[in-house]
Ligand binder design. Structure first.
Ligand code: AHR
Length: 326
C-alpha cells in the first residue's frame, strides 16, 4: 500500500530519474552493498523560462551524469506548489540530498522542516529563500543579486552622466533575483536624482513578456524612454524587439542593460542593440556535487557560496563571444 502511494506521488510530480544504475546497485535496492549504491539526488528546478535556466539545468544534469549520480529531476513550470510536491516526493524516496532552485523566496518552512526531520541536506541553487530557521537548508550556491543590481546601475549612471528616464522590466514577482536586482539598482540610483525609474513592471523573466511589457511602455511613453533595465537577458531581448518594431534604436537612442550574460545577449551586443549585461554564472553543476560530497562526509561548508560575476559591454563583446560557454 505504502509503495503504491509512493509510485503515484512520483508520477504526479513528473520526477524523472536519470542515469539509472543496474537494479542490483540502485540506492535502496534490497541487499545492495553500501559501496555499490549510487548517490541519489532530487533536483527541483523552477522551469525553463530563460536561456540562463536551461544552461543551469544542463550543467547540473551533465555533471550528475559524469559522476554517475542518480538524479531525479522535476521541472516545476514556474509553480511553487509543484516544487513542494517534488520535494515531498524526494523525501518519500529517501534521496541522499535535495537540490532546490526556489521559484520564490517565501513559503518553504513546512516542506524543508520535513526534509530536515528526514536528515536530508538541502542545497539551494541560484536563488535564496526567507525561512524562520536557517538550519532548514545547508547552503546557498548563487550570485549576489543585490550586487548585480548595483553593478548595472553604476554602469548606467556612468553611461548617461547620471541622467535618464529608466524603464525597468522586473523578474518573477516574489523571486529573489527580482527583489534583489531591484534593490541594488535603486540603492545606487538614490545617488543620482536625475536617473529615475519612470515605470517598472514584472515580465516574469521571459522574452515574450519582456516584449509585451515594453510594447505597453512604448505605447504610453514613447520617446520619453531613454534607458531600459531588464532583470534578465531574455526580457531585454524581447524589449529590444519591441523597440525596433516601434522604429526606435535600442543600443543607441535607448540604452539597454540586463543581467545574465547568455549567448543571445552577446549576439545582441555584437549587433549593437544591447549595451551591457552583468554576468550571472549558471554553470554550477561541478560546485553543487562537490558541495554535496563535502556535506555527506561531514565537512563544514559556507552558508553562502558566492559566484563572482563580471560586466560585459558591447564594446568588448566581439572579443569575448567565442569563449562564452552558455
Ligand atoms: O535566478 C536566476 C534568474 O532566473 C536568471 O537571471 C534568470 O534568467 C532566471 O530565469
Amino acid at each position: 500500500m505504502k509503495w503504491m502511494w509512493m509510485v503515484a506521488l512520483v508520477a504526479l510530480v513528473g520526477c524523472k530519474s536519470e542515469n539509472k544504475a543496474p537494479a542490483s546497485a540502485e540506492a535502496g535496492a534490497p541487499g545492495a552493498p553500501a559501496a555499490q549504491k549510487k548517490l541519489s539526488v532530487g533536483f527541483s528546478q523552477v522551469g525553463a523560462e530563460s536561456a540562463w535556466r536551461t544552461a543551469e539545468t544542463q550543467s547540473i544534469r551533465g555533471e550528475a551524469e559524469k559522476r554517475g549520480v542518480d538524479l531525479k529531476f522535476a521541472d516545476a513550470q514556474g509553480k511553487q506548489a509543484q516544487q513542494i510536491q517534488a520535494l515531498t516526493s524526494f523525501i518519500a524516496q529517501k534521496v541522499d540530498a535535495i537540490v532546490l532552485a526556489p521559484v520564490v523566496e517565501t513559503g518553504w518552512d513546512v516542506v524543508l522542516s520535513q526534509a530536515k526531520q528526514a536528515n536530508i541536506p538541502v542545497i539551494l541553487v541560484d536563488r535564496g529563500i526567507k525561512v524562520t530557521d536557517d538550519s532548514l537548508y545547508t547552503t546557498l550556491i548563487a550570485s549576489d543579486f543585490v550586487e548585480e543590481g548595483r553593478m548595472a546601475a553604476e554602469w548606467l549612471a556612468k553611461q548617461t552622466n547620471g541622467k535618464a528616464n529608466v524603464y525597468e522590466l522586473q523578474g518573477t514577482t516574489g523571486a529573489a533575483p527580482a527583489i534583489d536586482r531591484k534593490k541594488g539598482f535603486e540603492e545606487v540610483l538614490a545617488k543620482y536624482p536625475e536617473l529615475k525609474i519612470v515605470k517598472s513592471q514584472s515580465a516574469d523573466f521571459t522574452r515574450a513578456k519582456g516584449k509585451e511589457v515594453m510594447e505597453a511602455f512604448i505605447k504610453s511613453d514613447g520617446k520619453q524612454i531613454q534607458a531600459v533595465y531588464a532583470h534578465n537577458d531574455d526580457m531585454a531581448l524581447g524589449a529590444i524587439q519591441a523597440l525596433e518594431e516601434a522604429g526606435m534604436k535600442p543600443g543607441e537612442g535607448v540604452t539597454v542593460i540586463s543581467v545574465d550574460g547568455v549567448k543571445g545577449a552577446f549576439e545582441a551586443m555584437v549587433a549593437g542593440k544591447l549595451n551591457a549585461t552583468v554576468e550571472c554564472n549558471p554553470l554550477m553543476g561541478p560546485l553543487v556535487f562537490d558541495t554535496i560530497t563535502k556535506v555527506r562526509s561531514g565537512e563544514k561548508v559556507e552558508k553562502f557560496i558566492k559566484n563572482t560575476d563580471r560586466l560585459f559591454e558591447k564594446t568588448n563583446a566581439a572579443q569575448v563571444i567565442g569563449s562564452r560557454e552558455y
